[in-house]
Design a protein around this ligand. Structure first.
Ligand code: AMP
Length: 281
């Protein structure tokens, strides 16, 4: 594995790899690696000759009140974990190298970014789309792998790729969970022992609603009530949203079908957690 710090060096490497006929798979991350990140890297290695993992805590996707400065960073650990995987390049640029002080350009994917997480995190997906477009330009991938945990990000980026004619395919990868069901997240390390126990409610709410669907409940409001009641049982949980939406266009579902996705965002203490699952499985 080679570490690249400079965007210009990244770009040169990608051009040479493409000229040599290699296919490139990109896995964008913000570091603080866990099994979720590693499974994305392994997936990319099955799909492309060369794997580039970017490690960049992107300042422009955090709101002023969000956790940019305290977002967990552990470069040495991440570099060692990445080196143990079959990846070729770890691209870890400095913020000032990615965003010159006089940068003016943003990519806005309208509509899809106003709902769900976009509602409580204004500007977040514009920051994500902009940095990912830059990463696509610098790494020239034919495929890029993203986690289904961030299902809205996946929908937004697929749309960006379609609308702006990026010549690559976005691959969604299933959520990797802890043995007890908690979706892995870099932010889980913020949780106290009690908060972590509360965080399990998200997965339990998924299981509850899935078994309700299996038992024949197809009324969306009834399912939403069930999930709301489950999350309200725990005083540590503040709900941001609970929604059942189409996994592709993110519009609210009226009836349960194979694309019906239960999506939740909550705050436990000061930590924001998200989780989601298709209901008909
Ligand atoms: P992050 O470093 O949190 O920005 O995540 C980098 C990539 O890993 C994104 O595509 C996430 O969706 C994905 N990811 C994060 N957590 C998980 C997980 N538990 N399972 C699968 N993918 C994940």
């Amino acid at each position: 594995m080679r570490l690249i710090r400079l965007p210009s060096e990244m770009s040169l490497w990608s051009q040479q790899a493409r000229a040599a006929g290699q296919t490139i798979g990109l896995v964008p991350t913000m570091g603080c690696f866990h099994e979720g990140h590693l499974s994305l890297m392994r997936r990319a290695a099955t799909l492309a000759d060369m794997v580039v993992v970017s490690l960049f805590v992107n300042p422009i996707q955090f709101g002023p009140e969000e956790d940019y400065s305290r977002y967990p960073r552990d470069f040495e650990r991440d570099a060692a974990m990445a080196a143990a995987e079959k990846i070729d390049i770890l691209f870890a640029p400095q913020p000032e190298e990615m965003f010159a002080p006089d940068n003016l350009t943003r990519i806005e994917v309208s509509g899809l970014t106003d709902v769900l997480c976009g509602k409580s995190r204004p500007g977040h997906f514009t920051g994500v789309a902009t940095v990912v477009a830059k990463l696509f330009n610098l790494t020239m991938p034919q495929i890029a792998v993203f986690g289904e945990k961030d299902f809205q990000q996946l929908a937004v980026l697929k749309r960006m790729v379609q609308d702006l004619d990026f010549q690559l395919k976005i691959i969604g990868h299933p959520i990797v969970r802890e043995a007890d069901g908690l979706a892995m997240s870099s932010r889980n390390r913020y949780l106290s022992r009690e908060e972590r126990r509360s965080a399990l409610s998200l997965h339990q709410a998924i299981q509850l609603s899935r078994s309700a669907v299996r038992e024949g409940i197809t009324d969306v409001d009834q399912l939403l009530d069930l999930v709301t009641a489950r999350l309200q049982q725990d005083a540590r949980i503040t709900t941001d949203y609970i929604a059942i939406v189409d996994q592709y266009d993110l519009t609210p579902k009226k009836r349960i079908d194979p694309n019906a996705l239960l999506a939740m965002a909550v705050k436990i203490g000061t930590t924001r957690l998200i989780d989601n699952a298709l209901l008909l499985v």
